[in-house]
Design a protein around this ligand. Structure first.
Ligand SMILES: [Fe+2]
Length: 487
């Protein structure tokens, strides 16, 4: 069935701590990097779907001292390359500086986020002594894939087909500081937008990489104290950054611990500034206290900016006491809903409200409409399980409010599923959704491809994989016509 060329790292077995569910079952790391061709297919791979599905996620290589948190795992990219009806699966760890250091040592050298980072070899540019694992997102920019890290680190540049790590991405030597997990890319202008945050002033910096691949603009955004922003948005003329009342506990920090709390006495604040504006041009919009991991999209409508997000329903719903593992599980119990903000640039007023009440997250749109008004958004449906699992995909029609669902089936858990346009297709839903799915009952992973316009019809095809794909974080689709672009 498969032509597997693997280089086994099975000698470096992962920690089998029986009590930590994020080291077990569908979440357990895999220890081998493989390339597999001629995969068995149920149904037929659409000939008009050509490109690469890439997904990042935590996959610890070496056990380390102390408690393991799912977010600690080393970044591993899983990729499915589709070409003329044929599929190839590849997976590879991102060769970060920390990964290389641990590989050279033959053992884990960093403790995780639930432990005191004192004694860790090095951290990010902000002096945060946590391992930059590059495990969070994967985006395509200027001919390469960039893997990123949620606490802000060094973006890593990868070859989109072989997944070989090319090196730290410094944008032609122009990047200073660190880089967030979810940069935004405007495919129409070729620009990339990002921010960098940290525990010391300036707490937030925002920047633009131009179409030539070099940093073209940076500015500081004034915040009252350190914050934990995760995502941002762009429109055709603006960037939107967030100051949300999820706050790092400064007392705990002085004691060398990392603890966050949600302050309901503070508003959510949104910074709107021109794309290449300076920090003094920021207009702040206030809204009810809340937390947002991910933006669906934003756009301009006359004198207003509309932004759809997945908003966490109750950020306070996290026990402060109990076993650290219980705290971790509670923290990972993501409960969010589709939510819309409208910022009136004329009056400074904010309107906000829900667009759905179901628990959906990891939103995706057609990458060609980022920053422009979109009709469709896609998201995963969060399962009611003790660990973070996705039991289906949802398509939102944001014009009509209509919703379509696909459920993966009992014991089957999916991944963030990007929109993959049909070759030559221009309509916003003329294409597919692509997701890794692990079937716990069969103990087998596969890729499921759905018609983005008709999720309810079920899979167009299923591509069976010779190795388990663990649960993970973020993904992207790179069209075949993009693969030759850039460098
Ligand atoms: Fe994220």
């Amino acid at each position: 069935m498969s032509n597997i060329q693997g280089n086994s790292t099975a000698g470096h077995a992962v920690d089998e701590s029986p009590e930590n569910p994020y080291l077990l079952g569908v979440h357990a790391p895999v220890g081998t990097e493989i390339v597999a061709d001629d995969l068995e297919v149920i149904g037929e791979i659409p000939r008009d779907l050509n490109g690469v599905y890439l997904r990042n996620g935590p996959n610890r290589r070496f056990p380390a001292g102390g408690r393991y948190h799912w977010f600690d795992g080393d970044g591993m990219i899983h990729a499915l390359h589709l070409e003329n009806g044929r599929a190839r699966y590849t997976n590879k760890w991102v060769r970060t500086a920390a990964f290389d250091a641990e590989t050279a040592a033959g053992r884990g050298l960093w403790s995780g986020v639930m432990e005191d980072p004192k004694g860790n070899p090095f951290g990010n540019g902000h002096g945060l002594g946590i391992k930059d694992s590059s495990n969070t997102d994967v985006v395509f920019f200027n001919g390469r894939v960039l893997s990123t890290w949620y606490l802000c680190g060094t973006p890593m540049s990868l070859d989109p087909l072989s997944l070989r790590t090319i090196g730290a991405e410094n944008f032609l030597g122009t990047l200073t500081g660190d880089f967030m997990a979810h940069p935004k890319i405007d495919e129409a202008t070729g620009e990339l937008f990002w921010f960098d945050y940290g525990p010391n002033p300036p707490y937030l910096r925002y920047g633009v990489v131009g179409a030539d691949g070099a940093v073209a603009h940076t500015t500081e955004i004034d915040l009252p104290a350190p914050r934990l922003p995760h995502d941002m948005a762009i429109t055709e003329n603006h960037a939107i950054l967030m100051d949300l009342p999820l706050i790092q506990d400064q007392e705990a920090r002085r004691q060398g611990r990392y603890r966050i709390h949600f302050d309901q006495g503070l508003p959510s604040r949104f910074a709107v500034l021109p794309r290449r504006g300076d920090g003094t041009q920021v207009r702040w919009f206030e809204a009810a206290p809340g937390y947002i991991y991910h933006v669906v999209n934003a756009w301009e409508e006359g004198d207003a900016i509309v932004m759809d997000v997945c908003r966490v329903k109750d950020p306070q719903h996290q026990p402060r006491i109990g076993h650290p593992l219980a705290r971790m599980l509670a923290y990972l119990r993501l409960d969010a809903q589709l939510w819309r903000y409208r910022f009136d640039l004329r009056t400074g007023a904010t309107q906000e409200g829900p667009r759905d009440d179901d628990n959906t997250e990891f939103p995706m749109v057609d990458s060609r409409v980022v920053g422009r008004r979109n009709q469709f958004g896609y998201a995963v449906h969060i399962a009611r399980e003790d660990t973070l699992l996705f039991d289906g995909l949802v398509r939102y029609d944001l014009h009509t409010g209509a919703r379509q669902d696909h459920r993966f089936g009992p014991g089957r858990w999916g991944s963030e599923a990007p929109f993959a346009p049909r070759d030559g297709g221009t309509a916003e839903d003329d294409g597919y959704l692509v997701s890794f799915v692990h079937d716990e009952r069969e103990n087998r992973s596969e890729v499921v491809i759905l018609d983005a316009a008709d999720l309810a019809a079920g899979p167009v095809c299923r591509i069976l994989l010779p190795q388990r794909v663990p649960t993970g974080f973020h993904s992207c689709w790179v069209r075949a016509d993009q693969l030759g672009q850039g460098r």
